[in-house]
Design a binder for this molecule. Structure first.
Ligand SMILES: Cc1cc2nc3c(=O)[nH]c(=O)nc-3n(C[C@H](O)[C@H](O)[C@H](O)COP(=O)(O)OP(=O)(O)OC[C@H]3O[C@@H](n4cnc5c(N)ncnc54)[C@H](O)[C@@H]3O)c2cc1C
Ligand code: SF4
Length: 496
């Protein structure tokens, strides 16, 4: 059985960052990644390949609460879902770390506060080359300047920003992780970057890590089970399926980062006589409290206004993040989105010809309205007898989200758009999955401690989005990365 000092399972936002942070320690590290590298090819930027053929999406299917199959919006590859992300890299707001009342219940407090994570956010922003401008967004946390200036608005978005200000709103630049060679094309969000200009966990995490000789990467290698010693307190071996064979590796430290759904599934599949309900599940919370954000794509359309913007995702409106215009409770965030392509729109109603959609989207401006999803015990990941993933999920906080969508419609109509279209993946939106292995101080109320080590197993950490006690309403990536850096520091200190 091959021996390593550290095994990292999964190479996305959490795992890729962790690998880079630990590479310099000289520890013998194995990264186990179930996917391969995304090739740099023309398909990367082809809307038809990405949206019609779903070239890069997993072909795996999960079951929903009714037992119906669906193909989750998730990607198995080096860098994980960050290869496809829109690179929006927000810090959580200080209020997100506190208990907060929402329309549909209470968003629980985190066991750490904003100040604890702030220095790691700073390092995360440097590692992922985040561009932004502080001091404009009314919800900005206390912070210094971004490492890079904001991405400039296009002519059309610049005009919209001025007209939003005239409505009394406070539009602010979206913080974006892009590298020096970015050409600001119109195929960024949901597409892989053909020229590796996107700050993703492959480019910013795994590749730099594997340049050190002590780091080994196994691709197309799926961790199937974690095996403990007879006491159940230590992982002794990781069972991995690679090239049609099952092999086991061992290491004194195992770091799981398969994404919130797959990490919970791995722990549940690793049930044994010492952990009969799933590994590290003495709290009964493994897989529970799944959250995913309520998200609605919106498009303002004006038949006489052609939108010549190429890179559109540069502005956010956070005026309703902490409370709505007529409510005490938070509604969420509004962001401009990447340009919609005719082929993408056609996936919603395939009977309409693509030329008609192309003409339509050329006259539209795209937005995303996003609301916090609250943790519920019955929103959960289950593993079926045959090992398949089943996701029980009913969206909550729906009233607040509807109000946010209505407010966004009002804003867009005031901007002069004749028609506002909306579209939502509803309960099948797994892109912002989080919360399935909550972190906390109390082993009865949480699976992980505040450094993301499982309460029940001494050498097992989980550093992906599963530790989130609440989902907040900003994109999760930067927080996953910042916490991974914090945990890496903690591991480095504990090893010396
Ligand atoms: C289209 C899209 C746009 C997005 N845009 C944004 C954005 O703009 N900003 C933002 O903050 N977030 C965005 N997100 C969400 C963001 O990508 C995720 O929150 C983030 O990648 C989650 O990080 P993670 O480490 O939890 O998991 P992932 O990044 O999903 O990584 C998990 C990794 O584990 C691997 N894996 C899974 N199971 C196993 C196993 N058993 N064995 C070995 N390997 C395994 C997977 O292949 C994958 O590489 C977007 C997501 C999508 C899909
Ligand atoms: S070139 Fe820039 S805008 Fe285009 S996909 Fe790459 S990172 Fe995104």
């Amino acid at each position: 059985m091959p021996n390593f000092d550290i095994v990292i399972i999964g190479s996305g936002a959490g795992g890729g960052t962790m690998a880079r942070e630990l590479a310099g320690t000289g520890a013998k590290i194995l990264i186990v990644e179930r996917g391969g590298f995304i090739p740099q090819e023309d398909h990367n930027w082809n809307p038809s390949s990405v949206w019609k053929d779903l070239r890069y999406r997993t072909t795996e299917t999960w079951l929903d609460e009714r037992g119906n199959e669906f193909r989750p919006y998730t990607h198995y590859c080096v860098g994980g879902n960050t290869k496809f992300w829109g690179t929006v890299m927000y810090r959580l707001r200080p209020e997100d770390f506190n208990e907060m009342e929402h329309a549909d219940g209470v968003s629980p407090a985190w066991p750490i506060d904003y100040r604890t994570l702030a220095p790691y956010y700073e390092r995360a922003e440097r590692m992922y080359e985040v561009h932004g401008q502080h001091g404009i967004d009314p919800t900005d946390p206390p912070r210094g300047p971004y490492p890079f200036p904001p991405v400039p608005h296009s002519r059309v978005v610049g005009e919209i920003v001025e007209r939003l200000k005239a409505q009394g709103l406070h539009p602010s630049p979206l913080p974006l992780g892009v590298r020096e060679n970015c050409i600001f094309c119109n195929t960024c969000n949901s597409f892989p970057c053909k020229i590796h200009a996107k700050s993703d966990a492959d480019v910013c995490g795994v590749r730099p890590a594997t340049q050190t000789p002590n780091v080994t990467l196994w691709i197309n290698a799926t961790a199937r089970k974690l095996i403990t010693d007879p006491s159940g307190r230590t992982i002794e071996a990781v069972e991995i399926e690679r090239a049609g064979k099952t092999e086991t590796v061992s290491a004194p430290l195992v770091i799981v980062s398969c994404g919130a759904v797959n990490s919970a599934a791995l722990l549940l599949r690793s049930a044994s006589s010492t952990h009969p309900d799933g590994l590290a599940n003495s709290s009964g919370l493994v897989g529970k409290r799944y959250m995913a954000h309520l998200a609605t794509m919106m498009q303002g359309f004006h038949p006489l206004r052609k939108n010549d913007t190429v890179f559109q995702k540069t502005v956010a409106i956070n005026d309703f993040y902490l409370k709505g215009p007529h409510t005490r409770y938070p509604l969420g965030q509004i962001q401009s989105q990447g340009r919609t392509h005719g082929v993408m729109a056609q996936t919603v109603v395939p009977s309409v010809p693509v030329w008609a959609y192309d003409a339509w989207v050329a006259r539209g401006v795209d937005w995303l309205a996003m609301t916090e999803d609250l943790p519920r015990l019955d929103n959960k990941v289950i593993v079926e007898r045959d090992g398949r993933i089943r996701l029980h999920y009913t969206p909550n906080n729906v009233i607040a989200h509807r109000q946010l969508v209505n407010e966004t419609k009002k804003i867009l109509r005031k901007l002069g758009y004749w028609i506002v279209m909306t579209h939502s993946h509803r309960s099948k939106n797994t892109t912002h999955q989080c919360g399935t292995l909550v972190f906390g101080d109390d082993p009865r109320q949480s699976v992980l401690d505040t450094y993301c080590k499982t309460h029940d197993v001494d050498n097992l950490y989980v550093v992906d989005a599963s530790f989130f006690p609440s989902s907040a309403a900003v994109n999760p990536g930067l927080t996953i990365i910042a916490q991974a850096i914090r945990v890496a520091d903690h591991i480095k200190t504990s090893r010396t």
